[in-house]
Design a protein around this ligand. Structure first.
Ligand code: ADP
Ligand code: MG
Length: 688
């Protein structure tokens, strides 16, 4: 078996199945080796029947209260109905095509039933659950079953079989990047062990060890790439040295608010960069709402007053429009005559042509836009500064493609990812870093509460009251199942339910990841104009707009989110002068651990502190959620959770880069596993 072989060489994989595998990006044996579970089935602790008042997958421990009944439905399906009860309430269970159960399950028996609970009129019904004796179930809660991202036609079982075959017959140990000495030095398990236990964890501890090793590998490749880039980017001469910045300073004096000390400091750093010997290459890091936009505007004003052009690139149409309007408004208030324009995918063709011309002639001083800015058609007369907002949403190559429209321009990147300085210096090793570490002082702190579902009615009342006072609200629902589809049903159903409960004049709408960009932007735009008062959403709003008028955030099933993620979600509110409220709701508050975790976000507003405490609490044996977002794709949560690994990796990379022989050897292994370094670099650049 070779890594480059197509997977059809495996037993039981014919043409049809390998086509399905293609859909999940698996073509070769190497692809299969690099494929990982998207999560694990975890048998959760059972809950009281009385506490089930939301659809989802639950375990209950209950006694069968009456003999099972067999029925045939209208469309000739055979079903078995069963009544169960625990100390807190009763519930119906339904099985499909399982008539044999009537002779197996008898009244009086006690089992743990694990399955999907659905609402049926006013009651809840558990559908086709698995059932276990109590002791057996207790055992199960200690193990993990791999779940792979599903695609139609390809079952989890088929994936499991294919992966087992490869693990059994390929000499996995030959793929290890590192030798024993290295593994010992960094206390890592070997690659073979890691691969076995990421798919089929022998125990939770083994899984943790495996995950740590594979995460180490991922960040090792990632940081090696950064290191390669850093080596190739020498210091660039400043071609756009500014001579004056008095207009920018006068703008600062005329703003409706005083800049915070942190903002003032960053402004000074920028003046120093722009007027210095070398081109500026800086990352501005500040938590959501810390006031980065004004910094970007001031930077662009400095360029404009020296006769240079600048470009501000943002990830979405809504954000672009928001920034553009803000700049226009500010300039007209202050009587500034610099020429500002906006260019996005939605700009009409004729208008686009005009903008291209004006950029080329130098008539436009400041251009705000989305990816539309990086097409070949955009040529600029004297572009001197490129700013990317929400930097973590752009690939490095997009940033540099925009920068290529000028001659060695200044580069300024803005991000809300609140990672501590030491980590930022590792992850953005090729940039200088400015921190905005204090938010403007005019804000009222968000009022938080952690509540169980009995509080749902009260929460709705709070939302209605706030809407009546002119404010707006978000409701966040988690992915109930792995599949996008379920997510979709979830927010749409929830929206329907709210529409029924809420007074007619309150407009409720929804947002989810599977919607088209235009649709998303349309909804976000309407929400920002207060045409929509309540927005039900999955976590797609994490990078969103600044709707200062939104003051309520209700997070359903908040126990299902990582704490860092909860902190990011909460960052959408508390951005204006009005008091904001964040409600962390969960049906599992009787579980001490869940309560303790949620209490962390309840009590703290510091992103890093939150994630650290979360890690402490979870310890090593306990696992939540999935592996990571994808190969060489890291989100904030990945970065938080792996802070210690990242630091370790950073040392390891230095080790390797110090010795040409070691470096060559490891790079050869990386190429063996992932293809050549250049194509890997491409992949890396487009995902960072
Ligand atoms: P972010 O850092 O998330 O991009 P913004 O730049 O959107 O934050 O700022 C959030 C809000 O705070 C905006 O409405 C902005 O006008 C306001 N703001 C920025 N700086 C200050 C300040 N120094 N004092 C008061 N409000 C400020
Ligand atoms: Mg911003």
């Amino acid at each position: 078996m070779e890594l480059t072989n197509e997977i059809s060489i495996l037993k039981g994989i014919g043409k049809k199945t390998s086509d399905y595998f293609k859909k999940i990006g698996v073509v070769t044996v190497a692809d299969l080796i690099n494929y990982r579970p998207s999560g694990y089935k975890v048998y959760t602790d059972w809950v009281n029947i009385a506490d089930v008042d939301f659809e989802g997958v639950f375990a209950i421990r209950a006694r069968i209260t009456a003999p099972l009944v067999k029925r045939t439905t209208k469309n000739q399906k055979s079903v078995v109905l069963c009544k169960v009860a625990d100390e807190t309430g009763d519930m119906s269970i339904i099985w499909f095509n399982s008539a044999y159960l009537c002779s197996v399950l008898k009244a009086g028996m006690v089992f743990v039933f694990y399955g999907k609970i659905k609402k049926d009129g006013n009651t809840y019904v558990m559908e086709h659950p698995e059932y276990f004796p109590t002791n057996k179930y207790r055992e199960l809660t200690k193990t993990l079953y791999p779940v792979y991202s599903k695609t139609k036609g390809l079952s989890n079982k088929t994936i499991v079989k294919a992966i087992s075959q490869v693990i059994e017959s390929y000499p996995i140990e030959t793929l290890d990047f590192f030798d024993e000495k290295f593994l010992n030095k960094y206390s890592l398990c070997d690659y073979e062990y890691a691969l076995n236990n990421i798919h089929f964890p022998f125990s939770k501890e083994a899984y943790t060890k495996a995950k740590e090793r594979l995460t180490f590998d991922d960040f090792f490749i990632f940081l090696s790439m950064i290191r390669l880039m850093k080596d190739s980017s020498r210091q660039i001469d400043n071609n756009f040295r500014i001579k004056k910045w008095s207009i920018a300073e006068s703008v600062i004096n005329k703003l409706p608010f005083e800049l915070t000390d942190a903002q003032k400091k960053v402004f000074k750093e920028l003046v120093k960069d722009f007027s210095g010997d070398y081109a500026c290459h800086r990352l501005v890091e500040g938590d959501v709402g810390s006031g980065k936009t004004i910094i970007a505007i001031l930077a662009m004003i400095m360029m404009a007053e020296n006769g240079y052009q600048s470009a501000l690139m943002v990830p979405t149409y809504v954000l672009a429009t928001q920034h553009y309007k803000k700049i226009k408004g500010l300039f007209s208030n202050l009587g500034l005559t610099f020429n500002v324009s906006i260019l996005t995918g939605h700009t009409k063709a004729k208008e686009k042509r005009e903008i291209y011309e004006k950029l080329e002639s130098g008539e436009i001083d400041i251009i705000v836009g989305t990816h539309a800015l990086i097409t070949d058609k955009v040529k600029m007369k004297n572009l001197s500064l490129v700013i990317t907002d929400e930097q973590h949403r752009f690939g490095v190559n997009q940033r540099s493609m925009l920068a290529d429209k000028g001659e060695m321009v200044h580069v300024l990147a803005m991000t809300a990812t609140p990672i501590p300085r030491t980590l930022a210096m590792i992850l953005y090793a090729d940039m200088d870093i400015s921190l905005i570490d204090k938010a403007p002082s005019n804000r009222l702190p968000v009022k938080n509460c952690v509540v169980d579902t009995r509080f749902r009615k009260k929460s709705y009342e709070l939302i209605i009251n706030e809407v009546r006072a002119g404010r707006q609200a978000y409701v966040i629902c988690p992915l109930v199942e792995e599949s996008e589809n379920k997510d979709l049903v979830n927010v749409i159903d929830y929206t329907k339910m709210l529409e029924e409960i809420f007074p007619r004049d309150i407009k409720v709408s929804y947002l989810h990841g599977a919607m088209k960009d235009e649709e998303k932007e349309e909804i976000m735009g309407r929400f920002s104009r207060n045409d929509i008062q309540v927005l039900v959403s999955t976590t797609v709003i994490e990078v969103g707009i600044d709707v200062a008028n939104a003051t309520v955030m209700l997070i359903e099933n908040s126990e299902r989110f990582g704490l860092a993620q909860l902190h990011q979600i909460r960052g959408r509110i508390g951005r204006g002068a009005h008091q904001s409220y964040c409600i962390f709701m969960s049906p599992f508050l009787h579980n001490e651990k869940t309560k303790e975790r949620l209490d962390i976000v309840n009590k703290s507003t510091d992103g890093f502190e939150i994630s650290n405490k979360d890690l402490d609490l979870r310890g090593s044996g306990d696992i939540l959620g999935t592996v990571q977002s994808g190969f060489l794709e890291f989100n904030t949560t990945d970065i938080y959770e792996n802070a210690d690994i990242i630091k370790k990796v950073s040392l390891a990379v230095e080790d390797y880069f110090g010795n040409e022989e070691d470096k060559e050897r490891v790079f050869k292994k990386i190429e063996q596993r992932f293809g050549n370094i250049d194509s890997l670099k491409e992949k890396f650049l487009s995902s960072f």
